[in-house]
Design a protein around this ligand. Structure first.
Ligand code: CP3
Length: 346
């Protein structure tokens, strides 16, 4: 089978240009997504394989990204485990009841994950049927710590009062939840891989709220366990933590193939520390997309020059794309990554 550019870069093979996809590439900045969302609410789109497949393919049709990412949400796992999930307009996700005791934790089920999340496997099969070999399909999950944060807080928060208090005063309770989530996430990612996902990404969105000396214990060790347990399936694992360079360095030694680099981290430094052991994915500051075309070109060039002709770089943003960036700037970004990287790699 001929490999696409994304998979070649994952395996640090030579490429004629740098592959690109962007986190949250299917979403509200696309008019075709907004049009579909006028007819269906967000969770209905996630749970209807035909709609999830359609939304996954929208950015591929428009921009020709080298990878598609399954359209879903990280919070479908807590819902499948038994928490009630709602997306309230302008308030973000709400999970109830929040998990704050061993009894509430015991009520969460993990043996029905595969059955409850069959709709995701169905969507993956539909998407894979529509994609050509040029485009890889990425599956994903939230990290144990990030899912635990939503499950314990119950709603978006700035201070993470409940999960951090639990971490200090009842660390064993938090570990019990993290262990349960680790098993659920591993099963869920296996389900995605068996359905046709060619790589999987773990979003450790809230890893950065952990003080560095506690990051291994409450997040990185669980990420490493999941990456290790998935190795026998032979599909690459991408670890993305929003925590800056120090947190990133704690992912050294994991059995993942790719590390996502957030926008706060210097890509050149990350490369010195983590490459060539890992391929690196990132890390344009998403707010650059609010700037002029000249600024976008300048930043793309700066990032691409860090790798130059070397393989093992996947271009991406350093976090998800904001919902209100001008479409023409995304078009310009893709065109510049294609153009500049082809030149540099001649
Ligand atoms: O990347 C993609 O295109 C795939 C789809 C995807 C979504 N969410 C769709 C979505 C992915 C990979 C996610 C992951 C996700 N979800 C994360 C981790 C990634 C990150 O950004 O750090 C997190 C923390 C969530 C939880 C979540 N989902 C929040 C906080 C919100 C509400 C805030 C917001 O952005 O509106 C969501 C909703 C959500 N997930 C939307 C989309 C397209 C918006 C829903 C809508 O259409 O109104």
């Amino acid at each position: 089978m001929s490999e696409n550019l994304f998979l070649k870069a994952v395996h640090k093979k030579p490429v004629e240009r740098t592959p690109i996809w962007i986190m949250r590439q299917a979403g509200r900045y696309l008019p075709e997504y907004r049009a579909l969302r006028e007819k269906h609410d967000f969770l209905t789109v996630c749970k209807t394989p035909e709609l999830a497949a359609e939304v996954t393919l929208q950015p591929i049709r428009r921009f020709g990204f080298d990878a598609a990412i399954l359209f879903s949400d990280i919070l479908v796992i807590p819902e499948a485990m038994g928490q009630n999930l709602e997306f309230l307009a302008d308030h973000g996700p709400k999970l109830s009841p929040p998990i704050r005791s061993q009894a509430e934790l015991d009520d969460l089920r993990i043996n029905t994950i595969e059955e409850k999340l069959q709709y995701v496997a169905e969507a993956i099969k539909l998407i894979r049927n529509e994609l050509t070999e040029k485009t890889a399909l990425i599956g994903f999950s939230g990290s144990p710590f990030t899912l635990a944060a939503y499950m314990i807080e119950g709603k978006p928060t700035r201070h993470f009062k409940y999960i951090k208090s639990m971490m200090y005063s009842q660390p064993q309770l938090l570990h019990n939840l993290l262990k349960k989530l680790t098993r659920a996430i591993t099963d869920y990612l296996k389900l995605q891989i068996e359905a046709g996902a060619q790589a999987v990404q773990l979003f450790d969105t809230w890893g950065g709220i952990l003080p560095l000396h506690l990051y291994d214990e409450f997040s990185a060790n669980y990420l490493k366990k999941i990456a290790a347990d998935l190795q026998s399936l032979g599909r690459p694992v991408i670890l993305f933590s929003m925590g800056g360079p120090d947190h990133l360095s704690h992912l050294a030694g994991s059995l993942a193939q790719v590390l996502g680099v957030d926008w706060q981290t210097d890509l050149e430094q990350a490369k010195i520390v983590m490459h060539p052991e890992y391929a690196l994915q990132g890390n344009l500051d998403p707010t650059v997309l609010y700037g002029s075309k000249e600024i976008i070109t300048r930043e793309v060039e700066r990032l691409l020059k860090i790798f130059g002709k070397e393989s093992g770089h996947i271009f991406n943003l350093g976090h998800g794309i904001p919902p209100d960036v001008p479409l023409e700037n995304v078009e310009h970004l893709v065109q510049e990554v294609h153009c500049i990287s082809s030149e540099l790699r001649k």
